[in-house]
Ligand binder design. Structure first.
Ligand code: ADP
Ligand code: ADP
Length: 227
């Protein structure tokens, strides 16, 4: 479970990006943060793994106050996927996916075996293992990004518009495969998007944010559709 308790983020220039957010993202479920540009989605997401520190309020990860855990301990349990996969250009696909396991000190053989297993899970041709990111399409790179975030099997995944930069057909495929994967893995996921259709398709629960950084609505996809 991830719980936001009266969370506020005011940037040094005075911008209030998040203004008193209270919500619970249940374990094993996909919670989508949706809303227009500037409503505080990315800020909220990045406060969970402390890439951004809240100005006030508390974010709980199960019974842990994230503000009281070291960043490295916290991030070990949190996979992170961004819009342009952010792959290391000079590392092969298999080594990109193994990034976090290698940081955690796994031996190379075990880390590579894990990478290959994940390539299969996210639907990547194993022949891509020795390629470099630039040799893959945008959609394939996003699959690598997802595989990399999953590599150390974190219980929590933070996903910031992971499928927004690819064309609509590929986006649909990535969404379908993501749902299939999640049905097997049951991660606790926060998924950020500005696309209400994507929110309704992927979310077990949808948090609608509005500019100014407040929660307009917390609803199931079915409830959103009837509004
Ligand atoms: P979203 O992800 O919904 O587009 P963001 O969380 O990126 O929203 O931004 C929320 C608000 O905070 C916006 O007004 C944005 O301009 C502002 N903001 C984001 N990052 C910073 C920053 N580093 N300094 C000042 N303002 C920022
Ligand atoms: P940068 O600060 O340039 O983004 P990092 O080394 O922090 O470089 O991370 C590079 C990429 O590795 C990130 O974009 C992120 O997708 C991924 N990454 C970093 N830490 C983790 C983690 N704990 N779990 C999964 N992926 C991670």
């Amino acid at each position: 479970m991830i719980k936001f308790e009266s969370v506020v983020k005011k940037y040094p220039d005075g911008t209030v990006a998040v203004n008193g957010l209270d919500l619970v993202a249940p374990s094993g479920k996909i919670t989508v943060f949706v809303g227009p540009s500037g409503c505080g989605k990315t800020t909220s997401l990045r406060m969970i793994n402390r890439m951004i520190e809240p100005t006030s309020g508390t974010i709980w990860l199960d019974d842990q106050d994230t503000g009281k855990v070291s960043e490295s301990t916290l991030r070990r349990g949190i996979g992170y996927v961004i819009q342009h996969a952010g792959l290391f250009p000079h590392r092969t696909i298999v080594d990109n996916i193994a990034t976090v396991p290698l940081l955690l000190g796994w031996d190379k053989k075990k880390a590579r075996a894990r990478s290959l297993e994940l390539m299969e899970r996210v639907g990547l041709d194993p022949n891509f293992a020795r390629r470099y990111p630039a040799q893959l399409s945008g959609g394939q790179q996003q699959r690598v990004g997802v595989a990399r975030a999953l590599a150390a099997d974190p219980p929590v995944m933070l996903m910031d518009e992971p499928f927004s930069a690819v064309d609509p057909v590929v986006r649909g495929e990535l969404q379908d495969e993501f749902l299939r994967l999640q049905s097997e893995l049951g991660k606790t996921i926060i998924f950020v998007t500005h696309d209400i259709d994507e929110a309704v398709k992927l979310g077990d629960q949808v948090a609608v944010l509005k500019v100014g950084g407040t929660l307009a609505q917390l609803a199931s996809p079915a409830e959103l559709l009837t509004d």
